[in-house]
Ligand binder design. Sequence first.
Ligand code: AMP
Ligand code: ZN
Length: 436
Amino acid sequence: MVFWEEEIETLPRTGIRGLQVSRMKAAINQARKAPFYQQLYEELDITPEKFNKVEDIRDFPFTTKEDLRTNFPYGFLAVDRKNVVRLHSSSGTTGNPTVVFHTRDDLDNWANLIARNLFMVGVRDTDVFQNICGYGLFTGGLGFQYGAEKLGALTVPAGAGNTKRQIKLICDYGTSAIHTIPSYVMRLVSEMESMGVSPRDTALRVMVIGAEPHTEEQRQRVEQSIGIKAFNSYGLSEMCGPGVAFECEYQSGLHIWEDSFLVEIIDPDTLQPVPEGETGELVLTTLNRQANPLIRYRTRDLTRAVPGDCRCGRTHMLLDRIHGRTDDMFIIRGCNVFPMQVEKVLLQFPEVDSHYVIHLETNEGVDQMIIDVEIKSDWFTDNYASLEHLQKRIARDVRDEVLVTPIVRLVEAGSMPASGGKAVRVVDNRESGRGN
Ligand code: AMP
Ligand code: ZN
């Protein structure tokens, strides 16, 4: 078995907890240098002396995305501005965006985490690693770029989109590893097919997919379409970006790196820890970030701790794939629905391609869920009766899952516009807004 950093990756649990306590004391001191925490912790008399065991974190207040927005842009900055070498920021189409700053050490630690993850799934310095995602303010581009370079791979900064060019790069340079968002893989594969390139004839041997929610069904489709394994990569800009948690070769959960993050899973209503193994909101604390430390940050992502030890020998906690976010659940006609529940049903139909959008609309005062879904070209016949039959079966299975009967509209594969970035799964145009 091979590790990037064996000692830290296989540290016994007691060692992890000890490391967390000592790093947490330093993190509290560091956080107190940021205007937001300085004021808050002075008011509440919070000092590093108050933190002596991991559970003491429960006495600390939470930090929310709203706090980041309200204190935009420098309220969370904990170092002198001359020591900041980069920022990343979320798009923020409404109100203030959120911004995260990095010192040189922050960037080094982040690159090291990505290298650790890539090594874990078998990427080596002999690989050609093509990074198919947006560069710029989005963290997936530069994050993976520097991580793969640190590992020593020949890194191709391909960026997002321009599928034909992506395929040419894969063929020209013998790309053996790629990173991209899951909703893009099927576009890549169908373009390969139309160009007469068989994915199995390329040098591709490992794939990393992340940055957006996806189901196990989607992963399996992606894996089968190229004939290689696809590993789930999770992260968020506020913690650094990708690299926070990653699947190992066993794909039975994502190891979240507890030398860098203190992990809690809470009930988003009561704000208390959930019983072990139950689903709740992931709350993370940065343990070694200098420029932008965050303590008890509510990620809004829903997951659960996977119990038991991992066969790979790594001791860091396993998280289940992200089921969704507290804020992407919508309520329609009194039923709570997560987009991933709908995806799971859709992808059980072999006729269904991987693109879909859920539209929420109000028609004559009644809220409706309309699902536009792409059907693979070879199934998309002009036999109206068979399409109608398929439509009904999909509607029925979605209703059984979410208790609301949708209107299903079938469209031919390739006819829905590709966004180029993270897929938009829900468009809510209801008169009542989000229905809650
Ligand atoms: P951003 O910081 O804008 O890149 O967005 C981070 C968010 O993307 C996370 O909080 C998650 O909601 C989502 N995300 C990132 N990676 C994954 C993943 N592997 N599975 C599901 N959701 C993810
Ligand atoms: Zn493992």
